[in-house]
Structures are given as C-alpha cells and as structure tokens.
Design a protein around this ligand. Structure first.
Ligand code: NAD
Length: 262
C-alpha cells in the first residue's frame, strides 16, 4: 500500500495545542513561549518574576494572535505547579505541550560553596524540573498525549573551562538523565520527554556581574566563535514539541555551536 501524501510544513504546526512554559519571563523561556504562539499554540507563561517580564511575553503572544495566560509561581512549590496546570486547562484547554526552562546559575569554588548555595540551585534546577514534569504529565497522561521539553545545558555533558559551578553542572546532568528516565516511564502512554542542552547563549543569565568579562572567552572557546542568540533555541524546541519529532523521546539535543565536538 502506498504511503499517504506527505505534508512536511504541517509537521511543525502547533495550532490547537495548549502550552505551559516555565521561566517564560526572560531569556530562552520568553522567546520559546513567543515562538510556540507564532506556530499556533495558546501559551500559559509561568515565572516567579513580578517585574514585567511575563507581561512582555504575554503581549507578544497576543500580537501573534494567540491566547496567553500569565502565572506567577515558584517551580520549587509543588502545590503551586499543580494549580498552575489546573488554571492553564481551565482557561486555555487541555495541556498538550510544555517547556521547563526556569533555572538559575551562580558560581563558587567547590571547597568554599556553602550548603545553602548548593541546595537552592539544586531545588530550582533539578527538583523544579521534576515537579514541573510531574504536574504537566499528570494532566497529559489523562489525555493520553503530550510532549515535554526540559532545558538542560551543555554543562550537563562537559565541564565549562574556568567556571566553578559544580552544583550547576551536576543539576544539568541530572536534568538530562531525569528526562530520559521519565521518557521511558511514559513512553507507552503517549508522552514524549526530551531535553535541549544549550551552549553559551546571550541572556540575562550570562550578563550577571561576575560573568561579563568572560563573554569573549566563551566566544573564543566555541567552534562557531560566537554565543547563541535566544532565538536559536526556538526552532529546536518547536521541533521536539511538534509532530516533526513524533519518533523522538529521551533525546538530549545539544544546541551548542559545536562546543561538545572539541
Ligand atoms: P534567564 O535568567 O534569562 O531566565 C530564567 C527565568 O527563570 C527567569 O525569568 C527567572 O525568573 C525564572 N526562574 C528562576 N527561578 C525560578 C523559580 N524558582 N520559579 C519560577 N521561575 C524561576 O536565564 P536563561 O539564560 O534564559 O536560562 C533559561 C534556562 O536555560 C535555564 O535553565 C538555564 O540553566 C538554561 N541555560 C542557559 C544557558 C545560557 O547560556 N544562557 C546555557 C545553557 C542552559
């Protein structure tokens, strides 16, 4: 029997999908949220920031002709995530795609790092991704369909030369393996779970005071000789969330300008 006709552009169409994006008030999460809307999704935008980032994201989603919902919550708070998913479904419809982008970074030599600095970062970057996936998947499993993308980092694969951030690197390695583990738990129930591991990307995270002087070094170390723009994370997210990636689960997609080849 002949294959049905191929419609390749439709593979990337997110019309009718309802998305939840954490960390949507800034940087990579903000651009991904806007990109999903431009591909047809209605988007719930979650962040702990209350300084206008979410309003900017929602404004751009509305400008793309899609519905936006803004949610202020902390990803370390399980109850807040469960109610964020419930609010999303009540306002926008059944949750079908999610991007977990909320995260922090900071640095300190391992021998000097106090327990609070270690634990706070682990709680947000690793437990926060776990709790987000859990809340999202509980809705998606009820619908028998869904796709989740977790934003990890190339720091989960390599150790960044010159950056003393043992907790950050460990948290991102944890996100990559947690993603594969959840992908396998839900593989027979219609849920795909993948991660994106960005290389050095120009966002507020990388312009924090202790890192400004390192930007040139990041560029020098990257085979493409530049940092990524936030927009360069949008296409990979659309791909992994869309039907174009219907046979991809448990994948960690490195988007690093070639960094991990060297
Ligand atoms: P960013 O600081 O611009 O955005 C992160 C967002 O997450 C912020 O809006 C922040 O308010 C939110 N957030 C932080 N903690 C939260 C919490 N507990 N609850 C809810 N929201 C919270 O940073 P970014 O560079 O866009 O980073 C986004 C993700 O990409 C992070 O997970 C980061 O580790 C990852 N990443 C970034 C780079 C890079 O070079 N910028 C590289 C690799 C991976």
């Amino acid at each position: 029997m002949a294959d049905p006709p191929l419609n390749a552009p439709a593979l990337f169409d997110l019309s009718g999908r309802v998305a939840l994006v954490t960390g949507a008030g800034s940087g990579i999460g903000q651009r991904i949220a806007i990109g999903l809307a431009q591909c047809g999704a209605d988007v719930a935008c979650l962040d702990r920031r209350e300084d206008g980032g979410l309003a900017e994201t929602a404004g751009q989603i509305a400008a793309a002709g899609r519905r936006a919902l803004t949610l202020t919550a902390d990803v370390t708070d399980k109850a807040a995530l469960v109610s964020a998913v419930a609010r999303t479904e009540a306002d926008l419809g059944a949750l079908s795609i999610a991007v977990n982008c909320a995260g922090i970074a900071n640095a300190n030599p391992a021998e000097e790092m106090d327990e609070d600095q270690y634990q706070t970062l682990m709680d947000i970057n690793m437990k926060g991704v776990f709790l987000s996936c859990q809340a999202e998947a509980n809705a998606m499993l009820r619908h028998g369909r869904g796709a989740i993308v977790n934003i990890a980092s190339m720091s989960g694969v390599i150790v960044n030369r010159g950056l003393m951030q043992v907790h950050y690197n460990a948290s991102k390695a944890g996100v990559i393996h947690m993603t594969k583990s959840m992908a396998m738990e839900w593989v027979e129930r219609g849920i795909r779970v993948n991660s994106i591991s960005p290389g050095y990307t120009a966002t507020p995270m990388n312009t924090r005071p202790e890192m400004v002087h390192q930007t040139r070094e990041f560029e020098r170390q990257t085979p493409m000789q530049r940092m990524a723009s936030v927009d360069e994370m949008v296409g990979p997210a659309i791909f992994l969330l869309s039907d174009a990636a219907s046979y991809c689960t448990g994948v960690d997609l490195l988007v690093d300008g070639g960094f991990c080849c060297w």
